[in-house]
Design a protein around this ligand. Structure first.
Ligand code: GTP
Length: 340
């Protein structure tokens, strides 16, 4: 029997956003869940891929060769495979893996590991990208750092941290902050988390079982959410496309290729549920930095309106251009005239 795949959560966030505080709580306090944690402390002196089992039974792997986002991507796959092997042998026990990249990491290459590395895919699935967003410094970080923008762009869930300080320093700002972050990334759920004091049920409810990259479940923000973010949040733009008619599969492929060509690594996330001509099932699309995967999902019910929805999140996307390119995949091909 094939072993059940192990869920993985990427816990990202800019420098000082609260990642270590949260991980330390997870490693030190009794909560009954078993985690393996892969940390990437850039530049610190440590043994490569050293595997430590903490007192509480948690397993910590430290990747210190460089940034997990680039140079040690192979190491990340190796560490994951190594953990799975030891788990199979009964040397260590865990039910969930947390990856904590450095505060300056672009999560894209990590996410790609879970879409492209077949050995990793056989044992793990990416449950989601959770981005901690500092309530006090987050907006400034976004304005100044492409990495902070990417961290927000990839998120399945954004946890606003240091909300206690916000209440103290800028009372009344919480709602505005939640709104502007939510407008920048319209597919992520945005919520506040007091990392230092929240109880475990709240932490785990917000951190785990997001199924953000599962092909059977693409969740969009509630209808009516704005697709605009460019006006408020520097750099991060969500573009929402909706079509009430079935899409032409070939034209859609061409449209996505054109968008990919233009934006490349600046296109962080694509998520969609599509109705394609000639297909009985809805098609779920997931994309990360030029790697786009499409899988059939459930069959459309009789008389169900075949509505397609696609959200693209990236840096400085031209909303009008993207919508016009995608719109071209809804129209019927131009009729060919015999003899011409
Ligand atoms: N008041 C308050 N302080 C917090 C909260 N979360 C974290 N901090 C503090 O913020 C500082 C930075 O937190 P860290 O957990 O080190 O942040 P980090 O994301 O791991 O930072 P890097 O390792 O630099 O990427 C620490 O002094 C924490 O005690 C919070 O919810 N409220």
């Amino acid at each position: 029997m094939r072993p059940v795949a192990i869920p993985v959560t990427v816990l990202t966030g800019f420098l000082g956003s609260g990642k270590t505080t949260l991980i330390n709580r997870i490693l030190k306090e009794a909560h009954g869940r078993r985690f393996a944690v892969i940390e990437n402390e850039y530049g610190e002196i440590n043994v490569d891929s050293d595997l430590l089992v903490k007192d509480g039974g948690e397993t910590v792997v430290q990747l210190t060769n460089g940034c997990v986002c680039c140079t040690v991507r192979g190491d990340l796959a190796n560490a994951l495979n190594d953990l799975a092997t030891r788990r199979e042998k009964g040397e260590i026990a865990f039910d969930h893996v947390l990856i904590e990249p450095t505060g300056l990491a672009d999560p894209g290459p990590i996410v790609r590991t879970f879409m492209a590395e077949t050995e990793v895919l056989a044992k793990y699935f990416l449950d989601g990208v959770v981005t901690l967003f500092d309530a006090i410094n987050g907006e400034r970080n976004l304005a100044e750092s492409v990495e902070a923008q990417a961290q927000l762009g990839y998120a399945d869930r954004v946890l606003i941290t240091k909300i206690d300080l916000l209440h103290e320093l800028r009372p009344g700002d919480e709602e505005r902050l939640l709104k502007s972050v939510g407008e920048a990334n319209t597919v992520a759920a945005i919520t506040a988390l007091d990392v230092t004091r929240a109880d475990w049920s709240e932490v785990f409810e917000k951190l785990l079982e997001l199924r953000g990259y599962q092909f059977d479940r693409v969740i969009f923000a509630p209808a009516g959410a704005s697709s605009s973010g460019a006006d408020h949040t520097p750099g991060v733009v969500s573009v929402s496309f909706q079509a009430d008619a079935e899409l032409d599969g070939i034209r859609l492929n061409q449209a996505l290729a054109a968008i990919n060509d233009r934006y490349g690594e600046a296109l962080w996330r694509i998520k969609g549920v599509l109705a394609i001509e000639g297909m009985r099932s809805r098609v779920i699309v997931q994309g990360v930095q030029g790697l786009i995967q499409a899988n059939p999902s459930t069959v459309w019910r009789m008389f169900e309106p075949k509505v397609s929805r696609l959200v693209l999140i990236g840096r400085e996307l031209d909303r009008d251009w993207i919508l016009s390119v995608l719109q071209a995949s809804t129209s019927a091909p131009a009729p060919t005239v015999p003899g011409h």
